[in-house]
Design a protein around this ligand. Sequence first.
Ligand SMILES: [Zn+2]
Length: 382
Amino acid sequence: MIELSATSKTLSDNQKVYPLISPFNHHIWKIGMTMLFKFFLFFLAFVFVGGCGGGASSSKNSTSSSSTSFSSSSSSSVSSIAVPISYEADGSCAEGSPYTLTITDGYRIDPEHLEKLVCNFFVTYPKIVALLSPNASKNIEFVFDPRSPYVAAAYGTVIVYRTHYLAGAPDDTDIVVHETTHAAQAELIGELPGWIVEGTADFVRDLYGLDSKDIWSIPTRYANSTGDYLSGYGNAAAFFKWIDALYRQNELPVAAAISRATLAAPYNDDLWVDLTGKSLEALWHEYKSFPVTPPFTTGVSVFNGANFTGREIKLERGNYDLYELLALGVTDNQIASIKVPHGYKLKAYVDINFAGEQMTFIADAPDIDASMALKISSIVIE
Ligand SMILES: [Zn+2]
């Protein structure tokens, strides 16, 4: 079904906000992304104004408050969601998705950037929902507001982006992941402590972010200069990753387990004991005290981004089980590319204790085979 109608929206000011945003009132045009791709192309040609299309047309003078709404005729009760695995420049990233995204005032940002934000949503949001809250809303709205006091803020299932920030940060597309994590947890806002909410959003951005790893990352280990877990964000996210590596191997990440448990019953710090066998305080003390090995300056280089991007850490000859890797700042399941100098050999294992599937590298590997990429948990270098 395709319809055109005039609409506008004002958010009530009694909704929970992370962080706070200013009230706003906008004309809206909607892009429902669940329609057949052919319909999408048809409308690109005739009525689409900006958005996740070819990026060719945008209107800066949308004085007519027309909105374009697409909806799918297929069932939305999809438990196994087929999502594309990468951006598609022609907008087909939305094809067949049971999710919908409403764009308000998208003309205010660069069409190519908008397309990447929208496509990022259709790639990552289904994964976020599956991880954290399978019954979360499938309908999200993005608002682009020059007056927003925050870079971005989630307001229930409405995400408000400050247009000036996006104009100066064309490579920041994974901001979508952080904010839509809040949207997926909308019913937990106010229920979960704020540090867990923000730590989970950065944890999920680190886990599912597509291509902003060069401009954004969480700490590799505890850094007392930046605050404790109660400061949330990257500090809490790094803590969660460390907990997963040592206490929840091959289990649901602790941030997701906390989220799901709190959907079922009120949050309580005792959850940490249930999930890890240790109290929150004990875990934090151990994390803070975790040994840090001085970095090597020679040897094999491992990167957490493909094509030798992201964080580089060098490893000399030796055996590195997960504990030793963590002490060097190499986090679990985060190696995406490897540089192997002449004369070195790296054996990688998908499990701790040098077990599980194994692969040997004797030359540079800019894009590790999918069977091994982001799965390495122990390493031998000869
Ligand atoms: Zn946040």
